[in-house]
Design a protein around this ligand. Structure first.
Ligand code: NFS
Ligand code: SF4
Length: 640
């Protein structure tokens, strides 16, 4: 194998150049200059009289052929992005809920209930009477109750929205008319009202977008919670990250996408097939690695190492040592197919709604999920025999990570310090200023930004200022890859008082070292975990979410899903930083609503700042303002 000690992956980018393989960064360069109309959101393709474009400099047309102006066009385009994001996340939740229903009805061959305690807690939360019912009856009611959030006719708010946010917040959203009774009709509503000649009022459109995004949130609650029932609630787990987790002497299989229904099965069947791989010459057997949010799901629950987040997914194949990439849905670059064809790598698609030309399609339906998973592993072992060792280049260097911080595991950890009031160690340390506040980092990588740069730069600054960080999605991947999710990172980057708190907690957890300064809470749908933790803190203090010294940040935002998340985060009252301007600048009105108008009605709003250093400073300022408003301005670093 060729050696590459450069952990930055640059060696693989050079390798791609030598092999004349275009990567995401090359395609980006070839795409420049990007279309200015599209970037500003003022291109409309909603009907075939157009496409229409508004001149941002005021010299050309200021309205489309139908008369829609920049405000209408920008708002329509933006809320359609929210609808797409909501559809993606909530369909994921629906698949999980349907699977739970099949388990409850004992028609599932491949899945079972792994966390009965969580199921009971959910039933209680959903006001389901559990008296005299067995586990399967309860699971059935939980599944039906959750699926009702996708189909309700009555005008009451979705169960998973109303049972997971503070009452004050729910009342505020209801008064504004943005609570929803049905996730799917919130998406239909957007598609309908943005049809040519329907809603032309930008503010009315944006409010509908907010309602739809709260559907995204509702779907995430369902995804996360019911996944925990089926696959287990994450507990702290030690693993590794970076492309170095790909092993030279193993059959390497990457699982990529979002839905744990696929990856869990693959992980399950691997154990029984280890011998076969060893017989084929792979001394280390079969090695599963994760990419994107599927990677986060199996990392948290199974300790599977994380090879890559979104932007470097192609590089996993460039290592020349990947036998198979198994994908389900979302954030999968179609380019993988072409790149895989330059190697021995098999690309498997597994979902009926996500096929890629050139890939092998093997659907993972419940009835024969295990057989198909075995077939995938078998073909991967075959592929190993075709590996060209001359083309193998695995960057050395991988980072240790501690992941698996579900709300339950955090509360469990804290209850070792205070059994009666488990949240009090966190609350006390926030009040006394040892922890100044909390930032939840979420969202994607974007090719417009050097990969992970914004995440890492901001985190270092925030940690030095004694701000605790939670992370999900590709944000979590960024921190994992850059050695910010282990005890050493706490010693290196955390301010003194934060370090003291994390050291105490780490010792209680039996680590004999500090907890990491960035807590990995899971995939993007697991942003609901961050909300659950925040809601528990807010309820304990009897305040609303916007009063907490809490902000969110998606500094390398890219996808439509992330736009939906950002919108509901603001809707829940939490200010949200984004490091890439969404396509709204063509309408000063829409830009104003997002960055300031929203604050007046829901307390949360967007902070757009491209420079990570400046963004960190802005977030620190917001946290300090919130502390001042709560009258917890103490800067005394007292004992804990
Ligand atoms: Ni979230 Fe996860 Fe990553 Fe962005 Fe894509 S994988 S669901 S959308 S790119 S964070
Ligand atoms: Fe042009 Fe109006 Fe049609 Fe959009 S809906 S393409 S602005 S005519």
């Amino acid at each position: 194998m060729n050696k590459c000690s450069n952990a930055s992956n640059q060696c693989l980018i050079n390798k791609a150049q030598e092999e004349k393989i275009d990567l995401v960064w090359d395609r980006y360069e070839k795409m420049k200059p990007l279309c200015g109309f599209g970037e500003k959101g003022i291109c409309c393709r909603i009907c075939m009289k157009g496409p229409c474009r508004i001149d941002p400099f005021g010299n050309g047309p200021q309205e489309g052929i139908c008369g829609a102006n920049a405000d209408t066009i920008v708002a329509r385009n933006l809320v359609r992005m929210m609808a797409s994001g909501t559809a993606a996340h909530s369909l994921h939740g629906k698949e999980i809920a349907k699977t739970l229903l099949h388990v409850a009805q004992k028609t599932s061959k491949s899945y079972q209930i792994k966390d009965a305690e969580k199921l009971m807690n959910i039933a209680k939360k959903m006001n389901i009477d559990i008296e005299g019912k067995d586990l399967y009856q309860i699971a059935e009611e939980v599944a039906y109750g959750s699926l009702t959030d996708y189909s309700r006719i009555e005008e009451e708010p979705c169960t998973w929205l109303s049972n997971s946010i503070p009452k004050k917040r729910l009342d505020k959203l209801r008064d504004l008319g943005v609570t929803l009774n049905n996730i799917e009709s919130s998406v239909t509503d957007i598609m309908s009202r943005t049809h040519l000649g329907t809603d032309a009022d930008p503010v009315n459109l944006l409010l509908a977008g907010l309602r739809c995004s709260l559907g995204d949130y509702t779907g995430m609650q369902i995804s996360t919670n019911l996944s925990d029932v089926l696959f287990g609630t994450p507990e702290p787990v030690i693993s590794e990250a970076n492309l170095g987790v790909i092993k030279e002497d193993a059959v390497n299989i990457a699982v990529h996408g979002h839905n744990p229904l696929l990856s869990e099965i693959i992980v399950d069947v691997v154990d029984e097939m280890q011998e076969e791989a060893i017989k084929a010459g792979a001394a280390a057997g079969i090695n599963i690695v994760g990419v994107c949010c599927t990677g986060n799901e199996v990392l948290l629950r199974r300790g599977i190492p994380m090879a890559s987040n979104y932007l470097s997914q192609e590089l996993t194949i460039l290592t020349g040592a990947l036998e198979a990439m198994v994908v389900d849905v979302q954030c999968i670059m179609p380019s993988l197919s072409k790149i895989a064809s330059c190697y021995h790598t098999k690309l498997f698609t597994t979902m009926p709604d996500a096929k890629i030309p050139g890939a092998t399609h093997l659907e993972l339906h419940d009835e024969h999920a295990k057989e198909n998973a075995r077939e995938i592993v078998k073909q991967s072992i075959e592929a190993y025999k075709r590996r060209d060792t001359g083309k193998v280049l695995i960057p050395e260097g991988k980072n240790k990570i501690i992941a698996g911080f579900s709300t339950e595991s955090i509360v469990g950890l804290l209850s070792k310090i205070n059994k009666e009031k488990p949240l009090s160690p966190i609350i006390d340390n926030i009040v006394n200023g040892n922890i100044r506040g909390v930032v939840l980092f979420a969202g994607c990588n974007n090719v417009k930004i050097t990969q992970d740069h914004n995440f890492v730069t901001m985190a270092k600054e925030l940690l030095a200022n004694n701000i605790l960080i939670l992370a999900t999605g590709c944000g979590a991947g960024a921190f994992a890859q850059n050695a910010l999710m282990n005890s050493e990172a706490t010693n290196r980057y955390a301010g003194e008082s934060l370090k003291a708190v994390l050291t105490l907690l780490g010792n209680e957890a039996g680590l004999e070292a500090p907890l990491p300064p960035v807590l990995h809470m899971g995939s993007c749908v697991d942003n609901s975990r961050g909300v659950d933790l925040a809601v528990s803190l807010a309820n304990e203090l009897d305040i609303d979410l916007h009063q907490l010294p809490l902000v969110a940040s998606a500094p390398e935002v890219m996808s439509e899903k992330a736009i939906a998340i950002g919108t509901w985060v603001a809707g829940l009252g939490v200010p949200l930083h984004i490091g890439v301007m969404p396509p709204v600048e063509g309408s000063p009105l829409v830009t104003d609503v997002l960055t300031s108008g929203l604050k007046d009605i829901v307390d949360g709003y967007f902070i757009v700042e491209k420079e990570p250093e400046k963004a960190a400073a802005k977030l620190i300022q917001v946290i300090e303002e919130k502390r001042a408003a709560l009258k917890i301005t103490s800067t005394i670093e007292e004992g804990i």
